[in-house]
Write a new protein. Structure first.
Length: 132
């Protein structure tokens, strides 16, 4: 509670905005989380964690296209960050774009398999089985 109060008083850093967005997301306030993430990205347009959380929030809210935009931006600014490919694959899958999701899942499975949670591993396995 004290940290959240302190952050609200110091909203001028992308880090503070990102943490406020994280708290909002954890409290089940996705609209507020998305607003705070937008502010964080206005302050620092190359903040990969903000793009990742924005992609997740948008996906949870049913905005797969917006989730893909955020995930793609994360790939653009931090292409060496494996979680960016996980986020992009999830967005592609939600949009029914299996070939693109499959390409990202293959990259992850080959290079970074530890990044997939159980649901993503199952989804990747299903996609891989279909193309086998």
């Amino acid at each position: 509670a004290l940290l959240a109060k302190t952050l609200k008083e110091k909203k001028t850093t992308p880090w503070a905005r990102f943490l406020l967005a994280s708290f909002a997301h954890d409290e089940g306030k996705p609209a507020l989380a998305e607003k705070e993430l937008a502010m964080a990205l206005l302050l620092d347009g190359k903040y990969p964690d903000a793009y990742l959380l924005l992609s997740q929030v948008r996906l949870e809210r049913g905005n797969a296209k917006g989730a893909l935009e955020a995930a793609q931006r994360c790939v653009d600014v931090a292409g060496n960050l494996g979680r960016a490919y996980v986020a992009r694959a999830a967005a592609y899958a939600a949009l029914g774009r299996e070939p693109e999701a499959l390409a990202d899942y293959k990259k992850i499975i080959v290079e970074l398999p530890y990044l997939l949670n159980d649901e993503q591993r199952q989804q990747a396995g299903s996609l891989l089985a279909v193309t086998a």
